[in-house]
Design a protein around this ligand. Structure first.
Ligand SMILES: [Zn+2]
Ligand SMILES: [Zn+2]
Ligand SMILES: [Zn+2]
Length: 434
C-alpha cells in the first residue's frame, strides 16, 4: 500500500497520495481548488472596472430603457446603479414620455420579450394610471392574461367580449374574472350581481363564488347589488427619511405620528400595544372617512396581529380600546414577547407623510417593489386580498393604510394592513408575508 503524505498547505490535516501530490504540487484537491478560487477572486478584484450605463443620460425614457435591458453578467464589470430608483424614474415621466414608454413596451412584446413589455406596462398603469384602451386588443390577441390590472381601462367592446369569453374559456376563467373586476363598470357590476343571484354553470369549477373576485380589485357587491369601494383614496406615501438627514424642521407630532408605544398592554401576550398610525381626521387622506374622534388612531399588538386579526374600538374620548370581539388566534397564548425584537424608540419619527397624493393603485403590485407604506390607496397584498369582517356589523372593513415592516425593523419583513368600519367606529390590523 502506498503511504499517504500530508497536504503542504498550512493548517490542512488532509493526506494525499504521492501521485496527487505530484500533480498538485503537494496540495490536496480541496486546497488546490480553494487556492484557484482565491486567485480568480484576486484577479477579478484587480481587473474589475466600473461601468456606468447612465453616464451623461438625463432623459428618463432613455434611463428606463436601459433599466429594462437585460444586463450582461460579467464578473469583471461592476454596474454603477442609477441615482434614482426605477420607481422614481417612472414617476418623473411627463405625459408624452409615458406614451413613449408605452410604445416601447408594445415593441418589446411584439419582438418576443413579453415579460419586459408587461413589466413596463405594469409600472405605467400603477404609477400613472396610464390608459391601455388602444393596446388591450393586441395584448389579448397575444394571449396575455396577466397582470390583470393592465385591463382596467378596457373598452366597452373588450369588456363585452370578456363577458362572453368567461363562459367558455375554462383555462383563463380566473384571469378573466379578475380582469372584469378591474374593469368594474356598471355593466360588470350588474353581471356579478346576476351571477350572485343565479350562479353560472361554471361556478363549480371555482374555489370561491364569482362575486368574491371583485375584492382583488378593491371593491365588493353590497347586499343591494351596488358597488362598494374597499379602500380609501387618495393615497399618500409614508416614507422614511435618512437617519443622518434628520431635518431641522420639526414636524408637528400632534397631527401625524407613526409607531408610538401605548401605555396599554396586549391581553394575550402582555407586549405593549403600538399605535401604528395616528392621523388628524382633517388630513386630506381622510377626507371621505367619517370618524367621530379628532384623530384616527390605529393601534394593535404587532406580535399578535401577525397571527390573526386584532380589532380595536374607540372609547368615549376617542382613544383606542381593545375590542371585546377579539378572538385569540391559535398559538397566541404561547407567545413570549421576549422572543421578538423590541421596536426602536424613535423609529416612527423617521417617517413622513407625503405632501402630494399619488395614484390609488401605486402600491398594489407588491412584487414590483414600489414604496409600499401608505395611507389610502389599494393595498399591496403580499398574498390574496383579505379584508377582515367587522365583528359588529359583519361587513368587510375598508383598508385605510399599510406599513412595510421591512422599513420599520432592520430584519423586519411582511406588511401590516389597517382597516376601519366607519358605522361601528372599529379598527382592525392584519398581516401578510411572503
Ligand atoms: Zn489541503
Ligand atoms: Zn399580543
Ligand atoms: Zn361594522
Amino acid at each position: 500500500m502506498t503511504e499517504r503524505i500530508p497536504c503542504i498547505r498550512e493548517g490542512c490535516a488532509n493526506t494525499i497520495l504521492p501521485a496527487t501530490a505530484a500533480k498538485t504540487g503537494g496540495y490536496c484537491m480541496p486546497c488546490k481548488q480553494e487556492m484557484e478560487r482565491e486567485e480568480r477572486q484576486r484577479y477579478i478584484e484587480a481587473h474589475r472596472r466600473d461601468v456606468n450605463l447612465y453616464a451623461g443620460i438625463t432623459d428618463p425614457v432613455k434611463v428606463l430603457k436601459i433599466m429594462h435591458e437585460p444586463q450582461v453578467r460579467d464578473p469583471l464589470i461592476r454596474y454603477v446603479p442609477y441615482e434614482q430608483s426605477k420607481e422614481q424614474a417612472y414617476l418623473s415621466l411627463a405625459a408624452e414620455q409615458q406614451d413613449e414608454m408605452k410604445d416601447y413596451a408594445m415593441h418589446r412584446i411584439r419582438t418576443g420579450d413579453e415579460d419586459a413589455g408587461k413589466d413596463i406596462l405594469l409600472y405605467l398603469v400603477c404609477y400613472h394610471d396610464t390608459s391601455l384602451t388602444a393596446e388591450i386588443p393586441e395584448l389579448l390577441e397575444q394571449e396575455i392574461y396577466y397582470p390583470v390590472i393592465l385591463y382596467k381601462s378596457a373598452s366597452a367592446a373588450v369588456r363585452d367580449h370578456l363577458l362572453q369569453q368567461v363562459n367558455t374559456d375554462d383555462e383563463n376563467r380566473n384571469h378573466i374574472l379578475l380582469m372584469l373586476a378591474y374593469i368594474g363598470d356598471d355593466v360588470v357590476v350588474q353581471q356579478f350581481r346576476q351571477w350572485r343571484q343565479s350562479p353560472p354553470s361554471w361556478r363549480s369549477e371555482l374555489y370561491v363564488a364569482p362575486e368574491h373576485y371583485t375584492t382583488e380589485a378593491g371593491w365588493e357587491l353590497r347586499k343591494d347589488g351596488q358597488r362598494r369601494e374597499l379602500f380609501i383614496t387618495p393615497s399618500y406615501s409614508l416614507y422614511k427619511v435618512k437617519e443622518n438627514k434628520e431635518t431641522s424642521v420639526e414636524v408637528s407630532r400632534d397631527s401625524f405620528s407613526l409607531l408610538t408605544p401605548s401605555a396599554n398592554c396586549c391581553p394575550w401576550c402582555g407586549n405593549e400595544l403600538t399605535t401604528l398610525i395616528s392621523l388628524d381626521v382633517k388630513h386630506p387622506a381622510l377626507k371621505d372617512v367619517s370618524w367621530h374622534a379628532q384623530q384616527l388612531h390605529i393601534q394593535t399588538c404587532v406580535i399578535c396581529s401577525s397571527y390573526g386579526v386584532v380589532y380595536m374600538e374607540v372609547d368615549a374620548v376617542g382613544e383606542p380600546l381593545w375590542s371585546s370581539h377579539n378572538v385569540m388566534p391559535l398559538g397566541a397564548d404561547e407567545i413570549d414577547p421576549d422572543d421578538y425584537v423590541k421596536l426602536a424608540q424613535d423609529v416612527g419619527r423617521q417617517f413622513r407623510i407625503a405632501t402630494v397624493s399619488r395614484r390609488a393603485f401605486h402600491a398594489s403590485e407588491w412584487a414590483m417593489e414600489p414604496s409600499l407604506s401608505q395611507i389610502g390607496g389599494h393595498p399591496g397584498w403580499v398574498q390574496d386580498a383579505d379584508y377582515p369582517t367587522c365583528p359588529r356589523c359583519s361587513t368587510r372593513m375598508k383598508a385605510v393604510a399599510q406599513l412595510d415592516w421591512g422599513e420599520v425593523e432592520e430584519h423586519g419583513e411582511g406588511m401590516y394592513y389597517m382597516f376601519i368600519c366607519e358605522p361601528c367606529q372599529m379598527t382592525a390590523v392584519t398581516y401578510q408575508q411572503s
